[in-house]
Design a protein around this ligand. Structure first.
Ligand code: OAD
Length: 275
């Protein structure tokens, strides 16, 4: 893991808006890229769900990894040693995600899929809010809270049904194993094929958006480097600079729920055929 970085002076930066409705004007070089882009990747992190009321992992005082220790809750060893504690923590997070609603940032990304010929949404989030906002396909790098699977035989079921059976401890599987949340824990490989597809799309995209991520957890954060290395224009949306903000052509230092609807409008303007 890399420590979060300070905001660099490299990329262009837009001033924060005085009102949420303030439109976003892209620099001309980016307007040209947006106008012709065929392949676009949006890569999201916990920050996009912050305005839906879900805590981020880092920063802000009330974040998850300031309140809890990841090694006690988000590793296979922790689940083995303290299954009730880990199951209970994910039951709590599942309830919070279930009660949350997608915000204008999620909805703008769902609409963005229709603006470009090829649009890939890659998320580190496990809350299911992109799908509920209507995004047609989501590459979930860190799995999902919405399902559970058996740690022994792999049998899958909705998390809601596993929790209805047993909210206190992981329910048993008929094979003799027990169910666990279908998330990726530290030290585990990312879901088969998902990282490969995300890397493939990032390495051939024209435009890459990094939204609401501290860009500190690898291999996910490496997608930004892959895209930049392959020549994509990179736009970061984050009120604070991420660890990889220096790779961005443009940093939009606004909350995603304000920035993404404005970015979508700006993109749609760029894509309109000249009359
Ligand atoms: P982090 O919590 O590390 O970073 C959240 C980012 O969102 C920060 O850079 C904030 O500045 C930014 N942010 C906060 N509010 C925002 C808003 N309204 N709009 C836009 N940005 C906002 O979350 P991730 O980068 O997603 O992994 O964390 C990556 C991984 O670390 C997670 O998937 C999780 C965690 O440990 C696992 O559990 C395996």
């Amino acid at each position: 893991m890399h420590p979060p970085g300070r905001r660099p002076t490299g990329p262009a930066e837009l001033s924060p808006p005085m009102s949420t409705a303030e439109p976003l004007r892209l620099p001309s070089a980016l307007r040209a890229r947006v106008a012709t882009a065929r392949r676009v990747v949006a890569f999201t992190g916990a920050g996009i769900s912050q305005e839906s009321g879900l805590a981020t992992f880092r920063g802000g005082g009330e974040s998850l990894w300031e309140r809890f220790r990841p090694e006690e809750l988000a590793t296979p060893q922790a689940f083995h040693a303290h299954p009730r504690r880990v199951w209970g923590w994910y039951a709590w997070r599942h309830r919070a995600a279930d009660a949350a609603e997608p915000n204008p940032g999620h909805r703008a990304l769902a609409r963005m899929a229709a603006v470009f010929p090829f649009f890939t949404l890659v998320t580190q989030n496990v809350d299911g809010l992109h799908q509920r906002a209507g995004s047609p396909e989501v590459l979930e790098l860190h799995g999902t809270l919405t399902r559970a699977h058996c740690g022994r035989c792999g049998a899958a079921r909705p998390m809601a049904s596993a929790l209805a059976e047993s909210a206190e401890e992981p329910p048993p599987c008929p094979c003799g194993g027990r169910f666990r949340p279908a998330v990726v824990w530290f030290g585990e490989p990312l879901p088969g094929g998902v990282l490969e597809r995300a890397v493939a799309e990032s390495s051939r995209c024209d435009l890459f958006l990094a939204v609401g991520t501290s860009a500190t957890v690898y291999p996910a954060a490496g997608l930004i480097e892959v895209a930049r290395g392959a020549g994509a224009a990179v736009i970061e949306v984050n009120p604070e600079a991420s660890a990889l903000a220096s790779l961005a052509d443009l940093c939009v230092p606004r909350p995603a729920g304000h920035a993404l609807p404005a970015l979508l409008e700006a993109m749609e303007r760029c894509r309109k055929p000249a009359s």
